[in-house]
Design a protein around this ligand. Structure first.
Ligand SMILES: Nc1ncnc2c1ncn2[C@@H]1O[C@H](COP(=O)(O)OP(=O)(O)OP(=O)(O)O)[C@@H](O)[C@H]1O
Ligand SMILES: [Mg+2]
Length: 345
């Protein structure tokens, strides 16, 4: 008679169509019952594409039939609408799967170092300045930077209900997955552990009545990002890129990841778009010109804004006082963040 472990091992070979990850590590297998040799597996998927359950069914049947001693196999599918389906950027009361949060926006990029955390922080601040209740969560286990950008080394505490209470700064609620790890441990948090940790983490935070939660995703399309797009009800994603081709190629991969699970792309933010030289007053397109605009057109999504390269953006990040806190009349970047926030709220 097969054991639950035999069934799990077999299901570990069933890939989610279009991804290299298996359905087990995505957390789609909700139950396994074994009676005699007969096996029933409960699978939950969020998709509107009828091919996805069909392909998973075919693959799962194939691998399970080969398990020694197996009798009848039954696969029960629970098919839900994908995250974000039926909601729009202007749907302010969109329900998210995270307690205490009305709307979740992910900030992502394909390439690292394009200024995603800078953009996520300033966007969150600008949304908060516009009167919304805003939270910001740093989902980067390996290189968390939000705490640094907000100049805090406070650690969150657990309340009586075993929830982690976010830190408050400049009127925002802040959380970082890195807060909960000891300094040396991130290296070992990989694959399935990172997946499980991510799934639990966002739901265990005591978010206090947020209109918007901004998620600063790690760069690329790794375990944490895939888990979030698959299990969190995202209202939309914002893609950050710099203007040059290498960044745009990677940005397309990030866009593809969200599109596969039908998360709406709210738009592209081009960072480090140009440099206004203080000494000669000229505009220099250091990383090239028009890349973000061209990509936005290609995808049919808005170019939400172009943020210049400014010393003050970097300095304010390092000083723990995001530039969007400055008066938009006095800072070109703050003005752009303010305009982007107005488009997203
Ligand atoms: N528009 C800008 N002008 C000047 N400096 C910037 C700008 N945007 C980002 N930076 C600086 O570039 C560096 C990288 O930015 P940031 O950490 O936001 O990138 P990231 O995409 O989140 O990186 P990672 O992929 O490592 O998470 C930081 O020092 C930041 O202050
Ligand atoms: Mg970052």
């Amino acid at each position: 008679m097969p054991t639950e472990q035999d069934i799990r091992t077999a299901l570990g070979n069933v890939r989610y169509p279009g991804f290299s990850r298996d359905i087990l590590s995505f957390g789609l297998v909700k139950g396994i019952q074994i009676e005699g040799g007969n096996v029933t597996v409960e699978i939950s998927i969020a998709t509107r594409d009828p091919n996805i359950p069909r392909l998973i069914h075919e693959q799962a049947m194939d691998v399970l039939k080969k398990v020694p001693g197996i009798g009848e196999v039954k696969l029960n599918f629970d098919i839900k609408d994908p995250p974000g389906a039926g909601t729009t950027a202007s749907d302010k009361l969109g329900k998210s799967s995270i307690p205490g949060v009305k709307k979740v926006i992910a900030v992502a990029s394909g390439k690292g170092g394009v200024g995603k955390s800078t953009v996520a922080s300033n966007l969150a601040v600008a949304l908060s300045q516009s009167g919304l209740r805003v939270g910001l969560c740093d989902c980067d286990l390996y290189g968390p930077s939000i705490a640094h950008m907000f100049g805090t080394d406070e650690r969150p505490y657990q309340n009586d209900e075993q929830q982690i209470v976010p830190i408050e700064k400049y009127g925002l609620q802040l959380m970082s997955m890195g807060f909960l790890l000891e300094d040396a441990s991130p290296v070992i948090v990989r694959g399935p552990i990172a997946t499980r940790y991510t799934q639990q983490f966002l739901r265990q935070c005591a978010w206090n009545d947020l209109d918007v939660l901004v998620l600063d995703l790690p760069p690329g399309t790794g375990d944490i990002q895939l888990t979030i797009v698959q299990t969190v009800s995202l209202d939309g994603a914002v893609i950050v890129t710099t203007p040059q081709e290498v960044a745009l190629i990677d940005a397309r991969k990030a866009v593809g990841m969200f599109q596969k699970v039908n998360v709406p792309i709210l738009g592209i933010i081009e960072n480090m778009s140009y440099f206004l030289c203080p000494s000669d007053g000229k505009v220099y397109h250091i990383f090239g010109k028009g890349g973000g605009e061209h990509e936005a057109k290609r995808l049919g999504v808005p170019l939400l804004g172009q943020i210049p390269i400014e010393m003050t953006v970097r300095e304010s990040g390092d000083e723990g006082h995001p530039i969007a806190l400055e008066d938009p009349a006095k800072s070109a970047s703050s003005k752009v963040f303010c305009e982007i926030a107005a488009k997203l709220r």
